[in-house]
Design a protein around this ligand. Structure first.
Ligand code: ASP
Length: 721
């Protein structure tokens, strides 16, 4: 239930949404539901049942699970989300001797559930417009870096005040329109999360990277988790005394699923879209950032796979990171192709030409905005010129895990000398224990040999770019004569093999040290990071300065666009609660190619070769052979449906979102998009934008018939017969 006094509809956003009320594009804040008139689109219940500031409503059953979405599907805090969303927990619960990643996991009783360390679950409780309160600290004449810092600090102050006023809730101020609109969200924030059920990876990620971002799809990308609270119902850290969380209104599961052309909608936490950006931004993405990301990730994935091929323990350690890099790598390639295919840059250039003409035709606009586009373009041109060096330098401390650990420790030491509100967010009191928890989990996944390979690969790339010219701090690891670099390479290799940064107790010890104390620690990797650290800070400030400038300029661009034609707006995703709607629908990805929107078990069998990535577990094959389909057969198709396709507007973060039917019952769990729809983040289009969900009938069949976890079906109120 949302607090009435915090009801929110910012004026600028309202214009944007009102004008799009009849289009299918858009991830709308739920406060805008009445304007969407979903009853005329196919919704069979009143939209006030979905979200009502004064009453318990459907949105109370939706939660954010780390960067994904989930739905409460029982009165006892049972959450359905994706396999890939629970992947970290599954991986951390696996070892070569108890490989739940490979074999799957079923908690027969609540006591058997596995702690999902590092997981949090949040539920939106209320929101309010705080744009004025945020922007009062910013002026147009401020240096850009100061502007970003002032806005950031103000957001943190408002969060702190809100948390003081609302004990037990978590506050976050989200930027809705850059430089214009800010909204304070209050969340119930649960920290004891456990793994309940996961199918084997051969079902959860059936088809692997070959099928990822593709349709037709036959992946059972689902899992069950459970959120717990203290016995009195308040949010609490893990404790065996904790009890299942009681959602205000769980989502009903409908085992009948959906048919082609049925109305569906999705509630969830889409991460980020950037649809209001200029042509120069898209040029930067297409020509610089995305190709670099794709190359760097493809190389790292290949190296991790090589290392994992000879040692299952190493493969398990790499699995989570490798999977998420692979996901972004393929998406980046899809986005480059999509940008070219849709010719987005030229289209945006044409739009901007019209906007410029509009500005120049009005003296008062001309006086204010005539340099607007030039200024925005100059930021991206500068970013493009420096992009290769900067992006590789950033990746150095991401690819090489020990350097990343050293950075976090050093950064924490420096930041924690400051007042809480002046610190970078991960080191603030409210976040630090989670930051440390994550760091320790990452340390557990270190494989030193792979780390040496990553370091060498990054050094070669940085050397080729002569990166030390722009970043002299890099001289410590690149630069100099070939002989010098050879001996530096050997020294770095030894530093990685001998560093104590692979030891959780050492990490814990270092996390309590001041920067001066860290400088005295004799550890090769830490010492290298101490030399590189000033350059990383400089780059972070430079990014903030760019953000400050763009933030202000995009604020002006919104003004120009509103004056020109309000219809061009759709609110960008920013990891806050949104609704999107559409229909179960096929598409034509290419000339003479027509794709239908429901895949079935037949496809699983057709694809199963017995070798990666198309292995089906024996139990699944035996259940098929026994024709044990239970009540989960699609009446028209006569088969168990596996996945469905629909034309809603989704992005990353919508992973795990419920796909709901016209009565707001869960009929599928969203997990992906088609290859053409990777471009959704930049532009949505009803002809190519399709999202993919695992059909509830496949979820129930796998859980109940194949793996016998009928207690979960019962808990959801679903019959297995
Ligand atoms: N599979 C996607 C992801 O994990 C979900 C999406 O982006 O649509 O990011």
């Amino acid at each position: 239930m949302m607090n009435r006094y915090l009801r929110w509809i910012p004026a600028s956003l309202c214009i944007a949404i009102c004008s799009h009320a009849f289009s299918d594009e858009g991830m709308y804040p739920v406060s805008e539901l009445p304007r969407l008139k979903l009853e005329t689109k196919g919704l069979k219940i009143g939209s006030e049942e979905l979200f009502n500031a004064d009453k318990v409503s459907v949105v109370d059953g939706i939660c954010k699970v780390n960067g994904c979405t989930g739905s409460f599907v029982s009165a006892d805090g049972l959450i359905i989300t994706n396999h890939h969303c629970a992947f970290d927990a599954i991986q951390k619960g696996s070892s070569s001797s108890n490989d739940i990643l490979q074999d799957g996991f079923i908690a027969k009783t609540r006591a058997d559930e596995i702690r999902a360390v590092g997981y949090t679950v949040r539920i939106t409780e209320s929101y309010s417009d705080v744009s004025k309160e945020v922007l009062q600290v910013a002026s147009d004449t401020m240096p850009f870096l100061d502007r970003t810092k002032a806005i950031d600090k103000r957001r943190k102050e408002l969060e702190k005040e809100a948390e003081q006023k609302n004990a037990g809730l978590r506050a976050e101020v989200a930027e809705m329109f850059p430089g214009k609109t800010y909204v304070l969200f209050l969340y119930t924030y649960l920290k004891d999360v456990r793994l309940v059920f996961a199918p084997p990876i051969s079902i959860g990620a059936f088809g692997g990277e070959t099928d990822n971002w593709e349709w037709p799809r036959h992946t059972g990308d689902f899992s069950f988790m459970r959120a717990y609270t203290a016995p009195n119902g308040s949010a609490a850290e893990y404790s065996p005394e904790n009890v299942p969380f009681k959602p205000k209104r769980p989502i009903r599961v409908n085992a009948q699923g959906v048919n082609e052309e049925d109305f569906v909608f999705i509630l969830g936490y889409p991460g980020r879209t950037v649809r209001q950006k200029t042509a120069s931004f898209f040029r930067y993405e297409q020509n610089i950032r995305l190709p670099i990301v794709a190359e760097l990730y493809a190389w790292q994935i290949a190296e991790m796979e090589k290392a994992g091929a000879v040692d299952r323990g190493v493969a398990i350690k790499h699995s989570s990171r490798s999977k998420s890099l692979a996901n972004v790598e393929k998406r980046s390639r899809g986005q480059v192709l999509g940008l070219k295919r849709t010719d987005l840059v030229s289209k945006r250039v044409d739009e901007e030409t019209k906007l410029k003409e509009f500005v120049n035709a009005k003296p008062e606009f001309k006086a204010k905005y005539s340099n607007l586009f030039r200024e925005i373009d100059s930021v991206y041109e500068e970013m493009s010129a420096n992009g290769p060096v900067e992006l590789h330098f950033k990746e150095l401390r991401s690819a090489c895990r020990t350097l990343s650990f050293a950075f976090t420790l050093l950064d924490a030491a420096v930041e924690r000398q400051k007042e809480d509100l002046d610190r970078e967010a991960p080191y603030m009191e409210r976040n630090f224990s989670l930051t440390m928890q994550q760091l320790k989990l990452d340390v557990g996944d270190l494989d030193r040999n792979t780390d040496v390979v990553m370091m060498n690969g990054m050094l070669e790339r940085l050397q080729k770019l002569n990166a030390n010219k722009a970043i002299p701090e890099l001289n410590v690891i690149v630069g100099g004569s070939p002989e010098d670099s050879k001996s530096v390479k050997t020294a770095l290799q030894q530093a990685i093999m001998n560093t104590r940064l692979g030891d959780v107790a050492f990490i814990e010890e270092c996390s309590k040290k001041t920067p001066a104390e860290l400088e005295r620690v004799q550890d090769g990797v830490l010492q290298v990071m101490i030399r590189l650290y000033p350059a990383y800070r400089k780059l972070r400030d430079l990014d903030k300065e760019r953000d400050g400038k763009l933030n202000q300029l995009y604020g002006s661009l919104v003004e120009v666009k509103q004056a020109y034609e309000p219809t061009t707006f759709v609110p960008d995703a920013n990891a806050t609660l949104r609704i999107t709607y559409g229909r179960v629908r096929g598409y034509s990805p290419a000339d003479a190619v027509q794709r239908t929107p429901i895949s079935t078990l037949d496809g699983v069998l057709e694809k199963t070769t017995g070798s990666e990535p198309y292995i089906s577990p024996k139990k699944l094959l035996a259940t098929v052979a026994a024709k044990d389909f239970g009540p989960f057969v699609h009446p028209k198709l006569g088969k168990v449906p596996v996945a469905i396709l629909y034309d809603t507007d989704t992005t990353g973060g919508n992973s795990g979102s419920p796909v709901l039917n016209a009565n707001a019952e869960l009929v599928a769990v969203n997990f992906d998009r088609t290859f053409e729809a990777t471009i959704n983040d930049f532009a949505w289009n009803s002809s190519y934008s399709r999202s993919i969900g695992v059909d509830i009938r496949y979820v129930l069949w796998v859980t109940g018939r194949v793996y016998g976890a009928n207690h979960l079906l019962e808990e959801m109120g679903v019959s297995s017969r």
